[in-house]
Design a protein around this ligand. Structure first.
Ligand SMILES: [Zn+2]
Length: 235
């Protein structure tokens, strides 16, 4: 049995001002602004004439390495949504991605469709994936999660609970079925809208067309007044 009156009087007297201070601090710093929400973000943090590039299903040498070279040449930072099995196969490429200052995103361990999974199973998969990433890059920040196939199910809430914001997209260019570099460039130039997060792939197959398209589209977009940004941090 708990007898509340046994609580020392001094502790009770302190509790009120401490609660008041907490309340004031909470109002002054709603800057829990970086806490992820159980919603799917699909816009850039910069907004306006900006787009955010995201690359899924890697790491996948040599395409990922060539992509990193292109992004470095054009001074662009992007998000890489990493497939856990591939992380284990190519940890050195994950280290290159992180060393170049790109943002990491958890894309599940085995690229399963999680649409109907219970929360606990999702949680175990996401934790295993993040552990694989951090085995490659100790202490890595992994601020985003993207559900394989965009089959979100219960994943956004689980990801938020693990400190990751669900990351969607507004434009997918269909590069999983490579239609030719020129066509990918056309889809990018005609499909982007202000503040759009764009989904592309550096893994899951031969992605050389995607790398070539990115290399040529960045200068073209910039000449039209666009700039490259990163996704918003929360929904
Ligand atoms: Zn994928």
């Amino acid at each position: 049995m708990v007898n509340r009156s046994r609580r020392p009087r001094r502790a009770r007297l302190l509790a009120i001002p401490l609660a008041a201070i907490g309340l004031v601090l909470g109002m002054a710093f709603p800057a829990q602004a970086d806490n992820p929400t159980p919603t799917v973000v699909d816009s850039t943090r910069a907004g306006g004439m900006s787009v955010g590039f995201t690359f899924d299903d890697g790491p996948n040498p040599p395409d990922t390495l060539r992509l990193l070279g292109a992004l470095r040449e054009h001074h662009v930072k992007a998000v890489f949504c990493l497939w856990g099995d591939h992380v284990r196969q190519h940890p050195e490429v994950v280290r290159r991605i992180a060393a170049d200052g790109h943002t990491l995103c958890n894309h599940g361990m085995h690229h399963d469709d999680m649409a109907n999974w219970p929360a606990e199973r999702i949680r175990a998969d996401l934790m295993e994936t993040s552990a694989a990433i951090r085995a490659a890059v100790p202490g890595a920040r992994i601020p985003y999660f993207r559900a394989p196939y965009g089959s979100w199910g219960r994943t956004p809430a689980v990801a938020a609970d693990l400190g990751m914001q669900a990351l969607g997209w507004r434009l997918a260019i269909g590069d999983w079925d490579p239609p030719g570099t020129a066509e990918l460039v056309r889809r990018l130039r005609e499909g982007i809208t202000p503040g759009a997060v764009v989904l592309m792939h550096d893994g899951g197959g031969d992605r050389s067309q995607t790398v070539d398209a990115v290399s040529s589209v960045i200068p073209a977009l910039r000449s039209e007044g666009w700039h490259l940004s990163l996704p918003a941090r929360r929904g």
